[in-house]
Design a binder for this molecule. Structure first.
Ligand SMILES: Nc1ncnc2c1ncn2[C@@H]1O[C@H](COP(=O)(O)OP(=O)(O)O)[C@@H](O)[C@H]1O
Ligand SMILES: [Mg+2]
Length: 244
């Protein structure tokens, strides 16, 4: 399937600071197809978080267009009001952060039922069942009734992924989701994302500064100083002449 689910057209973002204007994104053009696991790789300060915040509408763009075509709805994200954006994001896009951001006073399962109850997509009785099912999917169901502080970072990130799936969005965006984990745990978390793409048909955009992950996405692009590298299609790649 090759349907475009996210389109960025000439997206620029300039932050105005006391020190002057800072162009964090310059003229980004990007089409993400349904079912892709897209990696955006770049150094710290390249504009990765800014790019995700344009896609999920957490921050407004300076110019250009962001169009998301999900659940039979084609939405110009930049044209929605704040309220509309929050509602739209809740059902369209799950967000996973480097720092997990679970609510510390809620158990793991309650962290997942909360967004469901807020969106009122499921009956309260269904939401616990569904939350447990999601915890099973990320293989942490046995800790369901613990508080976040009583499980490891990798386990908290599994819960954060389950929470991102709470309202069954087609799209997940992840901002350095393995950035604070040791390499073995990071590997397991990466596998969870991979399975969501291959087994559940999710579309995932992950940003990372870890160049080593580049080969593991279905497609990866590099962001440098706010500019996204042009994609080189197979046909346009120069052929290497073989040494005799
Ligand atoms: N709210 C902001 N105000 C001013 N500058 C910002 C703001 N957010 C990010 N920046 C700057 O924009 C650039 C890109 O930031 P960011 O998107 O966070 O990069 P990355 O996620 O790749 O590390 C950095 O130089 C950063 O200092
Ligand atoms: Mg960042």
């Amino acid at each position: 399937m090759n349907t475009s689910i996210i389109e960025l057209k000439n997206v620029s973002k300039t932050y105005s600071t006391a020190a002057g204007d800072f162009p964090a994104l310059r003229n980004i053009n990007l089409t993400v197809n349904s079912g892709e696991f897209l990696g955006v790789v770049g150094k710290s300060g390249a504009g990765k978080s800014t790019l995700l915040n344009m896609i999920n509408g957490v921050d407004g763009l300076s110019s250009g267009e962001v169009i998301v075509n999900s659940g039979g709805q084609r939405v110009s994200v930049h044209e929605l009001s704040e309220d509309e954006k929050a509602r739209w994001r809740g059902k369209t896009m799950g967000v996973v952060y480097q720092s997990f951001q679970l609510l510390p006073m809620l158990t793991l399962v309650e962290n997942i039922t909360l967004p469901m109850d807020l969106a009122e997509n499921f009956k309260p009785r269904e939401s616990r069942e569904r939350a447990l099912e999601l915890l099973r999917l990320v293989e942490i169901e046995e800790h369901a009734d613990k508080l976040p502080a009583f499980v490891s970072g990798g386990q908290q990130q599994r819960v954060a992924i389950a929470r991102a799936l709470a309202n069954d969005p087609e799209i997940l965006v992840a901002d350095e989701p393995t950035g604070s984990l040791d390499s073995i745990t990071a590997d397991h978390i990466f596998d969870v994302f991979s399975r969501l793409v291959t087994e559940r048909g999710k579309t995932i955009i992950m940003v990372t500064h870890d160049m080593g992950l580049r080969g593991r996405f279905t497609r990866s692009l590099t962001l440098t100083d706010g500019e996204l590298e042009m994609e080189v299609t197979a046909a346009a790649k120069p052929k290497r002449s073989r040494k005799q």
